[in-house]
Design a protein around this ligand. Structure first.
Ligand code: NAD
Ligand code: GLY
Length: 355
């Protein structure tokens, strides 16, 4: 049998590899070499994924126990982290053990933060199970939790020892979550890989896990390029927030009835329109972006949400600095630009055009 796909990531605290193979979850000890699993292994997952994959994964590993957290962004909290510490201790995890974070971005961020801080840090393996977490959150070392005051306000950089991607698990991912992952996937295409956009009309189940490998690999390669160039987000890593200033505001104003990827999708369209409005790109770009977003089945308009409320929500975004607006815009596909101090009238015009 051929080796799993293996991508290398260079990181300041230590390099790691990303393994990609359909069916990997069933045969990690045989297929994944060179990462050295610790003495005690904790498979930390959520209550949805434990019966689907967690128990099966633990059964293939020596000396492994399953620990669960509740499912949902509302549990990405310090309370959950405290419970994880207690569960780690009860399961006998010590400094030579390993935590495998098995789940989407919520599990990856929360369990990753617990692993970064338990006993001042234990080994962490990210095993992403959503498209979003495969192409984005499992790579680059950002871990953390939300506070009542806002999303991702507590966190750390904790590079994983490895990222294990089994695209076959996408078969059980709800279709709405698949589309949300596509929003981040095409975002990577707009930032750095126009060819990735040709895969954008892939539908879950239509092409199967082998074709998903191609999509996931290309999208991860964009993330690798960006985090290797700027591991601590002093510059270019901020471009990964393309569409997110608009997107976070849409999520908030919709009281989170819009999922993150859906809001980012409209945010991508808004960013392209704003780029044209301020003379950064040529007139074709907004239409091209909108067509690609539509091809993935994601929304391109925010409907009856109030443009002024969205603008006001953006003004409190943590990505705005000292009260000055800050957008990731596009000069062209593959050429993002960080632009500060955009005229509020231009932003409101764009928002009004997207009702
Ligand atoms: P999620 O983790 O909430 O997962 C979505 C839903 O799908 C959950 O109900 C989950 O239980 C379920 N699920 C996951 N995998 C499944 C599978 N294979 N089969 C069936 N059901 C499955 O959502 P997400 O979109 O993966 O992650 C969103 C989170 O990621 C947010 O908290 C966001 O802040 C974070 N994030 C972090 C980074 C980073 O760099 N650390 C980057 C982007 C996003
Ligand atoms: N916002 C995603 C990242 O920087 O990794």
């Amino acid at each position: 049998m051929a080796e799993p796909e293996r991508l290398h990531v260079t990181a300041p605290e230590g390099d790691y590899d990303i393994f990609i193979e359909p069916g990997l979850i069933e045969r990690i000890p045989a297929r994944v070499t060179g990462i050295g699993l610790g003495e005690r292994i904790i498979v930390a997952t959520n209550t949805t994924l434990a019966p689907l994959y967690g128990e099966r994964l633990a059964a293939t590993l020596p000396n492994a126990a399953v620990v669960t957290m509740p499912d949902g962004e509302q549990y990405k909290t310090l309370d959950t982290v405290a419970q994880l510490y207690a569960d780690f201790a009860a399961a006998g995890l010590d400094r030579v053990g390993t935590v495998i974070a098995l789940g989407g971005g919520v599990v990856g961020d929360t369990v990753g933060f617990a692993a970064a801080t338990y006993m001042r840090g234990v080994r962490l393996i990210q095993m992403p199970t959503t498209l979003l977490s495969m192409v984005d959150s499992s790579v680059g070392g950002k871990v953390g939790v939300d506070l009542p005051q806002g999303k991702n306000l507590v966190g750390a950089f904790k590079q994983p020892d490895a990222v294990l991607v089994d695209p076959a698990v996408l078969a059980t991912l709800p279709e709405r979550e698949w589309r949300c992952g596509m929003a981040e996937t095409i975002k990577h295409g707009f930032l750095n890989d126009p060819q990735l956009l040709e895969l954008a009309s892939y539908r879950q189940g239509f092409s199967g896990p082998d074709d998903a490998v191609q999509l996931v690999r290309r999208a991860i390669q964009v993330k690798i390029r960006v985090v290797e160039a700027d591991p601590y987000e002093h510059g270019v890593r901020a471009t990964l927030n393309l569409g997110h200033t608009f997107g976070h505001a849409i999520e908030r104003v919709s009281h989170y009835s819009w999922l993150h990827g859906e809001a980012v999708a409209v945010g991508l369209v808004a960013a392209a329109r704003l780029s044209y409005k301020i003379g950064l790109c040529d007139s074709d770009l907004p239409g091209q972006v909108e067509e690609i977003v539509r091809a993935t089945g994601l929304p391109t308009r925010f409907g009856d949400l109030d443009p002024q409320a969205i603008y006001d929500a953006m003004a409190t975004d943590k990505k705005w600095q000292s009260g000055k607006s800050r957008f990731i815009l596009l000069r062209s596909i593959g050429q993002p630009e960080i632009v500060s101090g955009v005229d509020p009238v231009a932003v409101l015009d764009v928002l009004t055009s997207l009702r």
